[in-house]
Design a protein around this ligand. Structure first.
Ligand code: ARG
Length: 592
């Protein structure tokens, strides 16, 4: 089914037509329609137009109102000139219900596809091999996964890329150690979560042991350095051991992503090592084109506005003086791959804000090299730091980085307790309690992350996250479960839209908010701001609460059409909540 225009866009169109008819000099002026507290909508566009036409804005506004078709009653109930020349617009109840009914008839809830869809490569969920995952990796995974879903929903072609840290000097040490202690990575073969934990604990053990030896034994250090050279030159034995580290780490990553209720696919994991074959060529192109220059032996790119504390320019180092390649060379090669092989029109990097300078320099270099331009752009969706209750970067009491799995387990544990409290009343089985506890706990963590603007730091506060009141996923999940319960109770009575009925103000408010879903999705996709979807859903649940408060749904006193129409609103709200939460990666259990 084709997309269904929103009520707002219908009103906008109606006003734009009247503007053109009343004010021939106006061209295709924008009435600038917004939702408003005064009426349903307010249009402010005539103010700017009056300046341009050198007229009195109120007079012009009157003319526009006069030019509206007199049969406006099907869409507009009242258009009134107010203040210096605003239009306050009230739509008819019938128009609200009719528009919503058209949206409800569509699987996509009438959400339009983006007018100019392209291919976006999303770089997200990028942990590092042989290292424990921490809260920073949570943010990239959660925000990135939401953006992937939202973009795909608008019709964008999305390629996922997990740029894992699987290359670099520390592997020389790890591989050398494994070579000298061949059984260190062996462990029992378990499945799922257990396998993930075992894999991580042997990696950890190995990492610590090799680090200890590296620091204490000069000869081992030298052998480790040679091992890096062997790795980078593709020595088969070295590569095979390196592969074991990667494979073990993947077992662990998958177990964490599984806990996060998130799907990561193997072909999308293209880590730093995946660009190894391109590094030399990337450097050659940059050097030959003059984008990069040799400075003290290193291959560097300089920027006028990037200087160190001493005032000297800080270059982006593409190749070190000893010939080694680092993070910049890999990222530049990844850009070439994504643009030239994957055909990307947009590159989106969901990465910690503390890497902003790196990406600024990498993107600018790619632009100078011609890999990025007006048609092919790169954006960092930068996110802030997760803070502890004390407002400092989240650490354990011992000052260590908090393991992501521990946080997830604790959230699920707390959420399960919350679910269990109400379980008896709802009649949940033990299996449902466990399952819901997981959906609520993981949802709480994801929602807390997604409901503040990404670039801001936020406090990791589990008590707040699993609270039933306030802006939490649990609140939204309960709103959804309540909707499902009403629909079950309604039995054979089905939701049916009745545009002939007069609406209660609480029904109008809910209906007008439902109408905005498509526009919110479009904005969130264009601006990479998932928190605006979270805010929209929270407001939706709040409108629903007010509606329940004021309007009985299944009352024996209600005429049949009224029950059907209210069920219709409830049902569409449920479907919108479900769709919106799914885009954020959060489950909505049927019973809670
Ligand atoms: N692995 C990196 C980290 O843990 C993030 C990678 C970000 N992506 C990229 N293309 N550089 O910090």
């Amino acid at each position: 089914m084709a997309s269904v225009p929103s009520l707002a866009s219908n009103v906008q169109q109606r006003l734009a037509d009247a503007l053109t008819a009343a004010l021939p000099g106006a061209g295709s002026a924008d009435p600038l329609l917004r939702r408003s507290d005064r009426a349903d909508f307010q249009a402010n566009g005539i103010l700017a137009l009056a300046k341009q036409l050198k007229g009195n804005p109120r007079d012009l506004a009157m003319k526009v109102v006069a030019a509206l078709p007199t049969d406006g009653g099907d869409l507009l109930r009242e258009v009134e000139v107010s203040g210096p020349g605003f239009l306050n617009v009230t739509v008819s109840d019938a128009a609200i219900v009719r528009t919503l009914a058209a949206r409800a008839a569509d699987d996509r809830l009438g959400v339009p596809y983006a007018s100019a869809a392209g291919t976006t490569v999303v770089d997200y969920a990028q942990p590092n091999v042989a290292k424990e995952m921490h809260v920073g990796h949570l943010r990239s995974a959660v925000i990135g996964a939401a953006m992937v879903e939202i973009l795909e929903f608008t019709g964008e072609q999305v390629v996922r890329r997990h740029h894992i840290g699987d290359w670099g000097t520390q592997f020389g040490m790890l591989i050398q150690y494994l070579l000298e202690h061949p059984h260190e990575l062996d462990h029992e073969h378990a499945e799922g979560e257990q396998a993930g934990e075992e894999a991580m604990s042997s990696l950890n053990r190995l990492y610590k042991a090799s680090r200890k030896l590296f620091d204490a034994d000069e000869e081992f250090k030298a052998r480790s350095r040679d091992r890096v050279v062997a790795l980078q030159s593709g020595d088969p034995e070295t590569l095979a051991l390196w592969q074991r580290f990667v494979d073990e780490s993947k077992i662990y990553f998958y177990s964490v992503f599984d806990k996060l209720d998130m799907e990561i696919e193997d072909p999308d994991i293209v880590g730093e090592s995946g660009y190894n074959d391109m590094l030399a060529e990337t450097c050659r192109i940059l050097e030959e084109s003059g984008v990069a220059v040799r400075s003290e032996g290193a291959l560097c790119v300089f920027f006028d506005d990037v200087k160190g504390p001493d005032g000297n320019p800080t270059p982006l180092i593409v190749q070190k003086a000893n010939g080694g390649f680092g993070y910049a060379a890999t990222d530049l090669s990844a850009i070439r791959d994504r643009v030239q092989k994957l055909g990307a029109s947009t590159l989106l990097y969901v990465v910690d804000a503390r890497q902003a300078l790196h990406f600024k320099m990498v993107f600018e270099t790619a632009r100078r090299a011609g890999w990025l331009n007006d048609e092919v752009t790169a954006v960092q969706l930068a996110f802030g730091t997760v803070l502890g209750a004390d407002g400092k970067p989240f650490k354990t009491r011992e000052g260590e980085t908090v393991r992501l799995v521990d946080l997830l387990d604790e959230a699920v544990e707390r959420a399960t307790a919350v679910v269990r409290e109400k379980a008896e009343k709802v009649g949940l089985s033990e299996q449902e309690i466990v399952e819901n506890g997981r959906y609520v706990g993981i949802g709480a963590i994801k929602y807390a992350d997604l409901s503040t603007s990404a670039v801001r730091d936020y406090k990791f506060d589990l008590d707040q996250m699993v609270s039933l009141n306030g802006d939490t996923s649990v609140y939204l999940q309960y709103a959804y479960a309540r909707i499902r319960s009403i629909l079950r109770k309604a039995g054979d009575v089905r939701p049916v839209a009745h545009p002939e009925l007069e609406l209660h103000p609480a029904e109008r408010a809910l209906g007008l908010h439902l109408d905005q879903f498509g526009e919110v999705i479009a904005e969130v996709a264009a601006e990479y701001e998932p928190h605006k979807l979270a805010a929209y859903l929270y407001q939706l649940a709040s409108h629903l609460t007010t509606f329940y408060d004021k309007c009985q749904v299944l009352s024996a006193e209600n005429p049949a059409e009224l029950v059907e129409n209210r069920l219709f609103l409830v049902d569409l709200t449920g479907r919108t909540l479900h769709q919106g939460m799914a885009l954020l990666g959060i489950r909505t259990p049927e019973r809670l």
